[in-house]
Ligand binder design. Structure first.
Ligand code: SF4
Length: 351
């Protein structure tokens, strides 16, 4: 298949053709992915989001990779739902350091009726600051998706995690069909979808291909596709899984880029374990979104200043917001980034 034919939006991917992409020589696959990437994006721009955990730990789900599951003892401090004012303060800080999207995550099976009013206030407040809004709150019903959309929620994150076949090895408290149903409600309510998965849970190549097939064969591709590398946390059942071959991780990003050419492919959890060369290769394979800031929910994230230094060395600029109704704000963000990037303190901190 040529890069050009691959760049057409398709929703009928089959396992043999996706496996054939994975099995291409590495250079051929990366060339194809980069060619597709340049047809739809500025190859030197990366979108930056900040992620805040608004409710941490004691989750009733049993996702085997997750330190927030109440089923495992990982020593994580549990927190109640954060106060709205604290969330808005964190969003203002994220905006000041250049993030264009603010993602709020709660470790819930689903939001309760008593929590919804606070969650909606958070969305309204963050939106009013001129940031794009994203939330991940677990399973939603139709009424909740409509309320979130009305409050101004732009994106809803709900990962499929892996293939339908492997899913039962990782989560038993919620079905794959539940996840697909939530995604369809989110779409029906007019919000954008952020959905991806995790590598390194003991899945096969068929499972990696199967996850991408599920995402690409949705009626519309998710606008954002986070590809995570398992962060092995002591106390979780996957703490001793084998490392993913870094080249296989890059292959996953490249195949995701080819299959969903207009989606933002996000280099997500596990980035802290990746050296700069691997991150550069990930951007070349078509990853064009990162989480930026100190923490990624409960696991570490490279320091924001390190990210900016890497961007500078690679000639990458942070991507402008998708809604261009506030160019003054965008210019201010870019200026703040340049100042931070060039400050003496910044260089001292990374020396
Ligand atoms: S991944 Fe989400 S749903 Fe699963 S245990 Fe962790 S917080 Fe709960």
């Amino acid at each position: 298949m040529s890069a050009f034919s691959a760049s057409v939006l398709r929703h009928d991917w089959s396992l043999p053709e996706v496996k054939a992409l994975f099995e291409l020589p590495f250079n051929d696959l990366l060339f194809q992915a980069q060619t597709v990437h340049r047809q739809h994006f500025d190859a030197n721009r990366v979108q930056v989001s900040t992620l805040l955990s608004i409710k941490t730990g004691a989750c009733p789900e049993d996702c085997k990779y997750c330190p927030q599951s109440g089923h495992y003892n990982t020593g994580l401090d549990k927190e109640k739902l954060m106060e709205v004012e604290k969330v808005l303060k964190a969003a203002a800080e994220a905006k000041a350091i250049g993030s264009t999207r603010f993602c709020m995550g709660a470790a819930w099976k689903h939001p309760s009726a008593k929590d919804m009013p606070y969650v909606l206030k958070m969305v309204e407040g963050v939106k009013a600051m001129g940031l794009e809004t994203c939330m991940t709150l677990g399973k939603l019903d139709q009424e909740q998706t409509r309320a979130l959309a009305a409050a101004g929620l732009d994106y809803y994150n709900h990962n499929l995690d892996t293939s339908p076949e492997f899913y039962g090895n990782i989560i038993t408290t919620r079905t794959y069909a539940d996840r697909l149903e939530t995604l369809s409600y989110v779409r029906d309510a007019g919000m954008k979808i952020c959905s991806g998965g995790i590598l390194g849970m003991g899945e096969s190549l068929d499972d990696r291909a199967g996850l991408l097939i599920q995402l690409a064969n949705l009626p519309e591709h998710p606008e954002s596709v986070p590809i995570n590398m398992l962060v092995k946390v002591k106390g979780t059942p996957l703490a001793d899984e084998q490392d993913v071959d870094p080249f296989d991780f890059i292959r996953m990003l490249a195949v995701a880029r080819i299959m969903m050419p207009k989606s933002h492919v996000r280099l997500s959890a596990g980035r802290e374990q990746m050296n700069e060369q691997m991150q550069a290769l990930a951007f070349f394979a078509g990853a064009n979104s990162i989480f930026y800031g100190e923490k990624l929910l409960t696991t570490g994230n490279p320091q924001a200043d390190k990210d900016m230094l890497l961007f500078k060395r690679l000639g990458i600029q942070p991507e402008a917001r998708e809604e261009h109704d506030d160019e003054v704000h965008q210019a201010a963000i870019e200026q703040a980034l340049v100042e931070q990037r060039d400050s003496a303190l910044f260089y001292d901190a990374t020396a």
